[in-house]
Design a protein around this ligand. Structure first.
Ligand SMILES: C[S@@+](CC[C@H](N)C(=O)[O-])C[C@H]1O[C@@H](n2cnc3c(N)ncnc32)[C@H](O)[C@@H]1O
Length: 336
């Protein structure tokens, strides 16, 4: 087989890997193999599956390096498989369920969406992404675990923008609150508001209680397409706008602007599309995810300029975090 043919064959087989890992996560196979090797018959009884079929699945998982098939016909976790244990440090169990149950299926609607319009996710699920999460609290919890930025990102933000002169930071669409909590912990004078959909309440409550910031960091439920809480000195939009097509993105920005008093600042933390793109460029993957799930896009600098102008802002500066990190900080000014 030529190298190109082999490469395309590998690309075509991606569906199998996603489906297998998802199946393993849904059956909690890694939890049942924690600290021991087991036969497929033993596992089948524990997880409630057909032994013959499960045996084939376990062999396939060994074939992709998630499990190890031992000489006595047992299966054990590899280092990769360990990450699927629900209580492993840095567990990716939730991500595996999430990708298999949502993203994998959403992408099957992409062809029709590209041909005929609409959003791939909505074509497949018959509802919007966040409405679906609202109806499936387990997936909403996994979603927040999965998308949360790594600890240390708050310090990166504080290195790119001087928050010290500002007292109240409103994180608009603040996810599970971990980014804002880290930022507030670094700014002893400051208070924070995590403004989020009501469906995010359990995830935010869990994170804020871990950070023990008391009333220095609070959760306010709401919909940023309707309004944004007033009274902030800094409004942060971290990784929100890519999930929305231009009309909604402008509406969210305009709602921030309406909430801002003179002197307040808007800071955007997002991926910015490079041009030309290179193979493996992270923003391209983010862009396609935004398209498939939301009909959104990762924008170029010129595209940010356009939506900011439409919402009454100017793009003051755009600072990439640095090599190997796909995010940039965009500082905006209110235009008269
Ligand atoms: C990609 S996440 C970014 C989370 C966080 N800002 C970060 O950077 O980690 C987008 C967030 O927007 C929130 N969101 C979506 N629609 C919203 C709405 N209409 N009003 C408020 N928040 C919303 C989601 O719940 C989600 O947490």
């Amino acid at each position: 087989m030529t190298e190109a043919r082999q490469r395309l064959t590998d690309l075509l087989g991606g569906y199998r890997r996603t489906a297998l890992v998802h199946l393993a996560a849904e059956l909690s196979i890694a939890d049942h193999l924690a600290g021991r090797a087991a036969t497929s018959a033993e596992l089948a009884e524990t997880v409630g599956a057909r032994p013959e079929a499960l045996h084939q699945v376990l062999r396939a998982l060994a074939g992709i390096g998630v499990l190890r098939h031992t000489g006595d016909d047992r299966f054990a976790l590899t280092e990769v498989g360990e990450l699927l244990r629900s209580t492993a440090p840095g567990s990716m169990h939730g991500a595996a369920v999430y990708f298999g149950a949502l993203s994998y299926r959403a992408y099957t609607g992409l062809l029709d969406a590209v041909r005929h319009g609409g959003v791939a996710f909505e074509r497949v699920f018959g509802t919007g992404y966040y409405d679906h999460l609202d109806q499936h609290p387990r997936l909403a919890g996994y979603y927040h675990q999965m998308i949360a930025l790594p600890r240390g990102t708050g310090a990166v933000l504080a290195g790119l923008f001087d928050f010290t002169a500002y007292h109240t930071i409103v994180d608009v669409g603040g996810g599970n609150g971990s980014l804002l909590a880290e930022l507030i912990s670094l700014l002893p004078h400051a208070k924070g508001v995590v403004y989020e959909l009501a469906l995010s309440a359990p995830s935010v409550a869990e994170v804020l209680s871990e950070w023990e910031l008391g009333d220095r960091c609070v959760f306010v439920p709401g919909d940023f397409r309707e309004s944004v809480p007033p009274g902030g000195d800094v409004y942060l939009l971290s990784r929100v706008l890519a999930n929305w097509a231009d009309a909604d993105a402008v509406r969210i920005l305009a709602n921030c602007r309406a909430a801002m008093l003179p002197g307040a600042r808007l800071v955007i933390f997002e991926m910015v599309m490079p041009s030309p793109v290179t193979e493996g460029a992270f923003p391209v993957e983010g862009d396609l995810n935004a398209l498939a799930h939301f009909g959104g896009a990762v924008r170029s600098r010129a595209e940010f300029d356009r939506i900011l102008t439409a919402a009454g802002f100017g793009l003051r500066s755009l600072t990439p975090v640095g090599p190997g990190v796909p995010w940039s900080l965009i500082e905006c000014e209110v235009r008269a």
